[in-house]
Design a protein around this ligand. Structure first.
Ligand code: AMP
Ligand code: MG
Length: 308
């Protein structure tokens, strides 16, 4: 099976590197040893890898929660139909819902526009001990807003040019914001689900043809598809400028859903495990207090277990 080092080499954006999206294959489905496998075999492997990662993740989350020091922020960005929702559903399926919070960000409200652009995201950050998932995030403010700069006209910003410097300043703000979070105990994991234009078309057609999926189809998504090239440029800029040592981006192939889910869950489980959290231990004094409590409950002087 693929090691974490392999995954890092293939999918993690090295800070400061001039990543080119055309070097990342959205339909990647395993190289090397996997080349020989048929697609159903590959799928089965990815599924068993996913199951293993989910078990590790559930266990890591318990330690995260019990320690109550670190939090985990998972950021998902992608074109429409790339599988953000499905990834969240699968990756989180094994996790205690009390330890996990999911936020989806839509067009900002009037109240949100009355504040700085990071405000609404700040309010949704995960507490210590928890995993927070951002389904879209502050990165929309350098993506959809960059592709449609007219949005800025409604953002009540001080006057000024909206050129390269403006966007560079937003990247700087984001990098420093994330640096601040990291220093305060937030592990930040950012995934760009890299879908091909061809596969997006397939998935839209499927939404039109399959009555069970009709509800997922949106004319607005079709409209955004017309800006595919501009979005790819905006994603590339985002990856180049905001993949940092403290919060690197992962470019995850998204044409095969099972590959996406296996990779994302594997990275999350591995990175939480890297925090090296142990289950909290109790002191001799606490142990004595527990024995006392037990005696009080059961009236058993020796603290020995008694069958009811
Ligand atoms: P969806 O989550 O796909 O139903 O759609 C959410 C929509 O809100 C997308 O079209 C996003 O581009 C849009 N959106 C999210 N964040 C922002 C933002 N900061 N500014 C403008 N539009 C946004
Ligand atoms: Mg949508």
């Amino acid at each position: 099976m693929m090691t974490f080092k392999d995954a890092e080499r293939l999918f993690r954006v090295r800070p400061g590197s001039r990543v080119r999206l055309k070097d990342h294959d959205p339909s990647w489905a395993g190289g090397g040893e996997f080349k020989e496998l048929r697609s159903d075999e590959l799928k089965a492997r990815a599924k068993s890898f996913l199951a293993k990662s989910l078990a590790e993740l559930a266990e890591a989350q318990e330690r995260l929660y019990a320690n109550d020091v670190y939090s985990v922020l998972i950021v998902l960005q992608a074109m429409d139909a790339a599988g953000k929702d499905g990834t969240i559903k699968h990756v989180m399926s094994g996790i205690n819902p009390q330890g996990c919070q999911v936020f989806s960000f839509k067009k900002p409200s009037d109240e949100e526009l009355d504040h700085n652009f990071l405000w609404r995201y700040t309010r949704a950050l995960p507490e210590r001990g928890r995993i927070g998932i951002f389904n879209r995030s502050y990165y929309e403010d350098v993506l959809v807003v960059r592709v449609h700069p007219q949005i800025l006209e409604h953002c009540k910003l001080p006057p000024g040019k909206r050129g390269q410097t403006f966007w560079q300043e937003r990247f700087d703000d984001i990098n420093r914001f994330e640096r601040h979070l990291e220093r305060n105990g937030t592990l930040i994991l950012k995934f760009f689900l890299n879908l091909s234009k061809k596969e997006q078309k397939q998935r839209f057609v499927e939404r039109l043809d399959n009555p069970d999926k009709n509800w997922k189809f949106s004319l607005a998504d079709l409209k955004e598809r017309e800006h595919w090239g501009a979005y790819q440029d905006a994603f590339q800029e985002m990856l180049r400028h905001t993949s940092t040592k403290w919060a690197p981006w992962w470019v995850i192939p998204a044409d095969h859903k099972w590959v996406t889910r296996a990779l994302v869950s594997g990275v999350i489980a591995h990175r939480i495990d890297d925090l090296g959290l142990k289950r909290p231990t109790i002191t001799a004094e606490q142990k004595k207090a527990l024995a006392g409590a037990r005696q009080q409950l059961t009236g058993d002087k020796n603290g020995a277990r008694r069958r009811e």
